[in-house]
Every structure is written in structure tokens, then in C-alpha cells.
Ligand binder design. Sequence first.
Ligand SMILES: Cc1ncc(COP(=O)(O)O)c(C=O)c1O
Length: 394
Amino acid sequence: MKERGFNTTAIHEGHEDFCPDAMSTPIYQTVAYPYTDAKEAAAIFTGEKPGFTYGRWDNPTVQVFEKRMAALERTEAALATSSGMAAILTLSHHLLKAGDEFVSSNRVYGGTFGLFDQGLRVMGVKVNWVTTPESLDAWEAAITPSTKFLFVESPSNPGLFIGDLPALSALAKKHGIPLIADNTICTPALQLPATLGATLIVHSTTKYICGNASSLGGIICGPREVVEGIRQGCMRYLGPSISPFNAWLNLNGLETLSLRMERHCSNTMALARFLEKHPLISAVNYPGLESNVFHAVGKKQMTGFSSLMSFDIKGTYDDAVKIIDSLELMIHATHLGTAKTIVTHPASTTHSAMGEEEMKKAGISPAMIRISVGIEDEADIIADIEQALGKVDG
Ligand SMILES: Cc1ncc(COP(=O)(O)O)c(C=O)c1O
């Protein structure tokens, strides 16, 4: 059959070979799968015969989600995990051992920063942070003979840094190591890191892929050898498994992903244009704006700019908090990527554990407000921020 388009794949992949007689993919709420005899058990366990063994590393519902994500990300295979952090931890655990190093942009989600800075350090692994990640020379200077991979979150949360994925992939290849890209903010509907040279892709599917704040999930997409190596290896002894129910919720989210992303992008563009002209705002971080420093690189590798944006106000922490507390439609929460518009104060919540100095280096100030623009009516979103900004004197 002719290769299918993105939307058809997002709706059908993995389901029809597996359960063509059910419209919605069944939730296999089971931990184990009876074998016919001991020989079969041994053959399935070693992978000689296809089949399911134990829910910590395989489950039919989860497998449909994995097949669909691999197809969408254009990678050979995928492995679902309980959360985005579980995906990053599991992949790091697979690729690193004590004494190894890796290089990462410092423009990452606060949890990722904590994992790299604290969690992996206690395992004897060292992160070399790139604090000017727009400079390819800075990435290269951070690579040592012990470097096992490069990690980039693009676009980044909350500053919307965009890494030049083809250039970073070429750099990684030159040094014989993989580039790992966190594609949470774009999703495969807007960016395909594998086609730009990245070897491995991670996601918090908790965000846009699920799309309605109902379930946690994560995924690792990449070459079959790596993905299945993790499944047969640390997935078994670490156990960061996604539940069949959460995999099902994430799978359902995929069916409407690309339609939602279109509305997310257009609403965010309209809000960014409004904020850019507002006298109380000193900087809008949204790469969709032509004036944004990452617009050109983003345009080359993304088909849309997604809906995470942040802005700095000409004011103090107290002013930022007053604006957030005055919003009536937007939900104040530490989440992003849902149908509902969400406002967050990164410096005091999602990124607070980084500490003041590291936040400063990553461009996160107490006057920064982050918005994950939802898919409500554009005019209502703009009206809400307009009235909230009006509560603070210019
Ligand atoms: C870009 C990015 N990657 C990873 C994560 C972690 O995902 P999860 O909350 O599903 O563990 C987040 C969470 O906000 C994120 O924004």
C-alpha cells in the first residue's frame, strides 16, 4: 500500500493489524499473558517467538501507541514510559555509565535540569551544560572524549530557544555520538527531528499528545536496536512503565493532534502579535514572530511554532503575580499543551529548583510569565490577558 499521510497514520497506525473488529483500541488491563507450554514461554521470553510476557515491558494497548508514535516520528521503533521524565531517565540510564559525560543545552524543562544536574550526578555521570546553545562552537567546545550524547530541547520550555537540529545532528555525527531531541513542544505534527538528523527523540506525551491534562506519558523513539535494547534491559529492572489506560488516553489524543496543533499555532500567533505591541511588555518569546531571534532557524525545521510562549513584563515579580492572579479564563497551573489555555510563573514553580543563578543563565526572570495557549476562541484569550495587564500600571 502507498505510504499514508500524517493524519491517516495518527488515526489508524497499529490498530488495524491488532484489533480490526473493534472501533476503539481495547484497553488490555492485564499484567501477564498465559503461555500454552514451557517451550513457548521460553521462546517468547527470549524474543524468538512474538508474544507478550509481562506488563512492565509489554502490553498490547501500549504496543499500538508505540507503533503509532514510531510511525509518526519516522523512526524504526518506540518505547512508551510512565512520564516524560521517565523517558529521559530511562534513555540516559541505557546510554550512560559511571564516568561518562554528556552535553546538554541549559534551556530545558526544570525537571530535566534537575535530572541532569542532580539525579545523574549521583550515578557518577557528568553533564556539560551549554549556556550559549545558539553557538555551535559552544556545543563543540563542551564535547570531550567521554561524551556519550548531545541533548537538546527544541523549542525549549519556557524560553522558546530553538536548536539548529541539522547542524547539531551533523556535529553529533562528526563525534560518533547520537543527538537526542526533546520534541514535546512541537510534537511530530510540527517537527520531525529524525528527518533532520536526530538519532533519538523523547517526549512528554502528557502534553500536546494527550492534549487534555488527563494522563501522564512519555516515549522514546529511535533505532530498533536501541529501543528494544532498553525494553530487554533497563525497562525490566527500572520499571518506568506506562499503564494501559494512560497509553489508551495518549493514543486517543493522537487522533486529533494535528487539528489541535493548527488551532494552537494560529491562536498563539494572534496572542504574540497582541503582546508584542503592548506597552507593559519588554520581550515576547515566540519564534513565530518575525522579530524573534529564532524565527529563521525555526522556519527551516518546523511547519508551525506550537503554542508555548513566554513574555517578560516591564515590572517586578509582584506585577507578574498580579497579572496571573487577575486572569479569569486562563487556568493557573504547572502544565502545558492542553485544549485549555494555561498560565504559569516558571521562576517560582516549574523551574524554581534550578536556583536563581542557573535560571538567570537560562534567561528565566521573576518578571517572566509563560502561557500555553489553548484552542478556545482567539478573541476570548486576548481579552483575558488584556484585562489582566490592565490591572498593572504601565
Ligand atoms: C519539554 C519537556 N520535556 C519533558 C517534560 C517532563 O514530562 P512529564 O511531566 O510527562 O514527566 C516536560 C514537562 O513539563 C517538558 O516540558
